[in-house]
Design a protein around this ligand. Structure first.
Ligand code: SF4
Length: 170
């Protein structure tokens, strides 16, 4: 019986070590993961949504560190110098969502690439530029209606946008 306990202990330690390794590889900062778009750490959650800004999104991770919530976006591009502007705006949009949904304005977010990790400060200037971009996008006629592009009930069933999507399949 003792050997069974030892096997379970070794298994537990291995899983714990693997989880730590995956967490470090994701570029996640210290703190508690409170939201994730993947099922590695916890069940997948629904998209964040703020009717005030008409904004919805699913950050890869949200990490709570004392009084801060840090959005983390993981990208597969192999960049060496600086992050893409589009990725910075995407991260900034998640900062806006966190501010609206959790009532905590992130000071910064993290963009993690396989080659480098960047801490992006969520400055007032970045916030304003993101709000401007958002309103520009929302004012464009072409962005008013984007119709569903598939007929796959299974895909809709597992979709994080289901609760706010008026085109979901039954
Ligand atoms: S149509 Fe279905 S899969 Fe597409 S966004 Fe809506 S709920 Fe998600």
């Amino acid at each position: 019986m003792v050997w069974i306990a030892v096997i379970f202990l070794i298994l537990g330690l291995t899983l714990f070590w693997q989880a730590g390794r995956q967490k470090r590889a994701s570029g996640l900062p210290g703190g508690k993961i409170i939201y994730t778009d993947t099922s590695t750490w916890m069940p997948m959650q629904e998209a964040l949504y703020t009717p005030k800004l008409g904004l919805t999104g699913k950050p890869d991770y949200l990490v709570r560190d004392t009084n801060q919530i840090i959005p983390v976006e993981v990208k597969s591009n192999r960049i060496t110098h600086s992050p893409y502007d589009s990725h910075i705006f995407q991260l900034a949009a998640y900062c806006l969502l966190v501010d609206q949904v959790y009532g905590v304005r992130p000071k910064s977010g993290i963009l993690h690439y396989p080659t480098r990790t960047f801490k992006i400060e969520f400055t007032n200037q970045l916030e304003q530029s993101t709000l401007n971009l958002l309103s520009e996008m929302q004012n464009r006629d072409t962005h008013k209606t984007i119709n569903r592009s598939h007929q796959e009930p299974a895909r809709c069933l597992g979709c994080g946008y289901r609760s706010i999507c008026d085109q979901r399949l039954k």
